[in-house]
Design a protein around this ligand. Structure first.
Ligand code: 15L
Length: 273
């Protein structure tokens, strides 16, 4: 049985994944926060922004599922520490320890500034919707570099929203059920021909914004569709922010949005965006 390192194991995605993968891999879990390991799991407390920690947790594993990091939009400092420095440390430590395969949890927020009436595939250029989204694009590009330069095998999942059920209208389009997450991660670990791939971490949602043909090509056959929950979700939905409603990233798109502070000539009114 392969030994898998899951970084950021205390988070929501990590918790779902542990349950779904139990018994299929030896799980080595790491996080800055404490965690009580289940049977057949090992927990190693580690701060991935410190290279010695990254080297320690990646030693001797067959593959890494890198979930660790700052997981929403936020101030630059913690994003820099966890998602730029931390991500670099995990990739570099993997390389030094001879671990070739990394499944990287990137995010829908790497492409959050695409409009909702657009369908995006794995080839579109990134349009991050905040510092967090930029940090995820950094991780993807680091993966591209480590694949090309060092022959590593990097599987980037632009995850939508992992939950037992979709929680609002936007998430009807990007929902990823825990069992579909596990299927996609398993492809990322086991597929024999991964070099550098980008796929969307989403279920077979009727309202999807993704052309996930790259995941399908690699064998992904999602079993769940958010549509079954749509009537309930939509009945509870409150009207959203106009720009949040227009773009795929939703709230991330307009949080901290400021109008251009440059002074306008008198009498011209407010400048249009
Ligand atoms: C993400 O990338 C976040 O990690 C997660 O917490 C959710 O906010 C998700 O995106 C989302 O867009 O719903």
């Amino acid at each position: 049985m392969k030994t898998l390192l899951i970084t950021g194991a205390t988070g929501d995605v990590g918790s779902h994944l542990r349950r779904e993968l139990a018994g299929r891999y030896h799980l080595r879990l790491s996080d800055r926060r404490p965690l009580k390991p289940a049977r057949n799991e090992i927990f190693v407390k580690a701060d991935i922004s410190r290279m010695p920690d990254a080297l320690r947790i990646t030693k001797g594993v067959d593959a890494i599922v890198h979930l660790g990091g700052y997981s929403v939009e936020g101030p630059w400092e913690p994003i820099l520490k966890a998602n730029i420095i931390g991500c670099y440390n995990v990739f570099e430590a993997a390389r030094r320890n001879g671990v070739r395969r990394i499944v990287f949890a990137t995010s829908n927020h790497a492409v959050g500034f695409y409009r909702r009436d657009q369908t995006v595939d794995h080839r579109v250029y990134p349009k991050p919707d905040g510092r967090y989204g930029v940090s995820k694009v950094f991780g993807e590009m680091l993966g591209s570099l480590y694949a090309d330069k060092y022959g590593m095998e990097i599987f980037c999942m632009r995850i939508g929203n992992v939950n037992p059920r979709p929680i609002d209208k936007r998430r009807l389009s990007i929902w990823l059920s825990p069992r579909d997450l596990a299927q996609l991660v398993t492809i990322g670990i086991e597929h024999p021909e991964i070099r550098f791939e980008i796929v969307y971490g989403a279920s077979a949602n009727t309202r999807t914004w993704y052309d996930n043909s790259n995941a399908a090509r690699l064998g992904y056959r999602p079993q769940d569709n958010s549509e079954a929950y749509a009537p309930d979700v939509l009945a509870r939905e409150k009207p959203g922010h106009p720009r949040g409603e227009m773009y795929q990233g939703g709230l991330f798109v307009h949080s901290e949005e400021v109008t251009n502070p440059a002074p306008l000539p008198r009498g011209t009114g407010r400048r249009k965006r």
